[in-house]
Design a protein. Structure first.
Length: 644
């Protein structure tokens, strides 16, 4: 093209001496742009061919084969067949092992392409002649199709599905992979320029294996090749992620999307090898400090000023705190490491007088965010003994796990001071229960404390004012499980409205399957409001049987609660009849057992007694059972009934 440009210029000079004419300038600019585009086009093609060749060889080495040129070495079909067998894990049909003639090569390639179609690999605009004739562009397209099918679409990703949940339209495999990469590498929005400085691949490596590449944020963006080489070498050595893409190719502005996806598709299932040189980065920016001792107002003299420093995610470092008093003097600050999941430190200093204090906090010699803190101490510590607290969040029972609760702190007349609350969970940890204290806008010196307990068991709620515990603190609060009384149901003859007589022992069962944790309680009230005794027996984990014997005829009430809440249909009303000796007899196999979907027959002999005769048959899980009755008369006033 450059040769044609020169000739064009010379011919024009012969016809026209105006070399600097507008038309000539426009043509030269257009040709220069075309040359640059062709050069860039050649760059991405070279990168893609290199990447696809490395990907192919990574799989071919499993069968001791290798290729140097994708464009020519698939022409006889043998290495293509070998690659597909490795990718699919299946053996190909019979094919020619020594193809010397074109027809034999075409047959081998056709066998491979037909196999891919049976594997649901979509092939577009390619046939066996294209591969035998070494049409490189189409062969690269075939390799990308294999990568997309076997490397990007098919892996069983661990953890949540790539690309989020099921809401919204279904995403393509490329979109899901890109969503996963964006989640792991902050700030990445594309597959080209965002990777050119080498820091994004460092972020990805460190996110997949925390501690393998912890300093990527501090890398110099002006050293892209050095950055990418360090990250990709670590991924190759310790994550088994081969460098299908070379570091200098990743940092090339002309790197193509398909090459990047091919390399990145190896990361979701990467596993860290034992012995990897993991290390924690010291990052003072991730340290957080909070608490009344750091507030600009509200602290008083002659009382502890407490605060907490949270260092989770800041790496291995040393905490240092310097407290300077109003006269420039240094104050001692007690620091206690809590060894909890947020790696917190409990800190406290004691201001002796009023004035302005400065608290400086450093982590491994570097100041943390918001440090130094300016604290104004005004007034002297109030009297914690005059402070009271009350509310459901301090009751011994009634607090439910994972449900918000609260209590109020009343400090009227207690003087200067700030309330503080610490909740210890059953394991003795004080960071598992977040606390929020809000001053009332309508009532002075009144505060609302809210918290949510996430563990079952006994919690210790400690309430302080001006650094000292208030009366009755700590409060023992037992956090109970959530329950669903509406799922509890009861059944049995002992709950039937009619048919029970005095001195007859009857029973009923309470079923709590699926209702969560809770205690079943029963209260039997006889005529005149007298409580009746009963016997309870645990049948299994979710069923309890209750047995009682009524002593008086008349209306009885049975109340059943679960977790202190009445169950559906409770209270049950049972009318007890007078004691009567009956001559009626019942017998037959249906009273002893039966077979599913077969009639269970039994006979009831009235022996001459008259009156209404009723039946109550209870089945498992409140199943409805149909009972058919047939009357048989043997002689006047003597009847038998057959039920089935």
């Amino acid at each position: 093209m450059s040769f044609l440009a020169r000739r064009g210029s010379k011919a024009q000079n012969e016809d026209n001496d105006s070399d600097d004419s507008a038309d000539s300038l426009e043509r030269r600019v257009a040709m220069a742009n075309a040359e640059r585009e062709l050069k860039a086009d050649a760059e991405w093609k070279r990168i893609q061919k290199n990447t696809f060749t490395r990907w192919t060889n990574e799989h071919l080495k499993q069968c001791d084969k290798h290729i140097d040129d994708l464009g020519t070495e698939f022409s006889d079909g043998l290495k293509l067949i070998a690659l597909i067998e490795v990718l699919s894990g299946k053996k190909m049909p019979r094919h020619n092992k020594k193809p010397n003639f074109r027809s034999q090569k075409l047959e081998n390639v056709s066998i491979a392409l037909e196999f891919l179609e049976r594997e649901d690999v979509v092939l577009v605009n390619i046939d066996s002649t294209d591969i035998v004739d070494s049409k490189e562009k189409l062969i690269l397209g075939l390799i990308w199709t294999l990568i997309l099918h076997y490397a990007i679409s098919m892996p069983m990703w661990e953890g949540p599905p790539l690309g989020g949940g099921a809401a919204g339209p279904e995403k393509t495999p490329k979109q899901r992979l890109m969503d996963w990469v964006k989640d792991k590498a902050p700030g990445v929005n594309n597959l080209s320029s965002d990777w050119n400085d080498g820091r994004a691949i460092g972020a990805l490596v460190d996110n997949v294996a925390p501690g393998l590449c912890p300093d990527w944020e501090d890398w110099d963006p002006n050293k892209p090749l050095q950055n990418a080489t360090e990250a990709m070498d670590l991924a190759d050595k310790w994550l088994d992620v081969p460098k299908l893409l070379a570091p200098e190719e990743m940092t090339n502005p002309n790197v193509d999307e398909q090459s990047m996806l091919t390399y990145l598709s190896q990361f979701p299932n990467a596993k860290l090898k034992p012995g990897a040189p993991l290390r924690k980065k010291t990052n003072a920016g991730k340290v957080r400090a909070y608490g009344p001792g750091l507030e600009p107002e509200g602290n008083v003299a002659k009382a502890p000023a407490n605060f907490t420093v949270e260092t989770f995610g800041a790496g291995d470092g040393e905490l240092a705190i310097k407290v300077t008093g109003p006269k420039g003097e240094d104050l001692n600050c007690d620091i206690v490491f809590n060894n909890d999941r947020k790696a917190t430190y409990s800190c406290s200093y004691f201001p002796e007088e009023e004035g302005d204090y400065v608290v400086e906090i450093t982590w491994s010699g570097r100041e943390i965010p918001k440090s130094p803190y300016n604290v104004k101490v005004e007034g002297f510590a109030g009297d914690a003994s005059k402070v009271t607290a009350s509310g459901p969040g301090l009751e011994a029972e009634g607090v439910i796990v994972n449900r918000p609760t609260y209590f109020d702190i009343f400090a009227q007349g207690a003087g200067k001071g700030t309330p503080e609350v610490i909740v210890l969970d059953p394991k003795g940890k004080k960071d598992s229960v977040p606390i929020q204290i809000t001053a009332s806008e309508t009532e002075p010196d009144t505060y609302r404390c809210e918290y949510v307990a996430t563990l079952l068991g006994l919690h210790s709620v400690n309430v302080f004012f001006a650094g000292n515990p208030i009366p009755d603190s700590p409060y023992g609060v037992r956090v109970s499980p959530a329950s669903v009384p509406s799922k509890v149901w009861a059944s049995g003859r002992g709950l039937q409205p009619n048919g029970i007589r005095v001195n007859e022992t009857v029973d009923f069962k309470v079923h709590t399957e699926g209702a969560g944790e809770g205690v079943v309680a029963v209260k039997l009230i006889g005529p005149g409001g007298i409580d009746l005794d009963y016997i309870s027996r645990k049948v299994d984990d979710t069923t309890t049987e209750f047995t009682y014997t009524p002593k008086k005829d008349g209306r009885h009430i049975i109340m059943i609660t679960f977790a202190n809440v009445e169950i559906p249909r409770s209270p049950f009303e049972v009318n007890i009849g007078k004691n009567k000796t009956s001559k009626i007899k019942a017998y037959g196999p249906g009273l002893k057992g039966g077979i599913v979907n077969k009639p269970a027959k039994f006979t009831v002999d009235t022996c001459g007694e008259t009156g209404a005769l009723g039946f109550s048959i209870q089945g498992p899980s409140q199943a409805k059972i149909l009972c058919k009755v047939k009357y048989i008369s043997f002689f006047p006033k003597h009847q038998c009934l057959q039920a089935f």
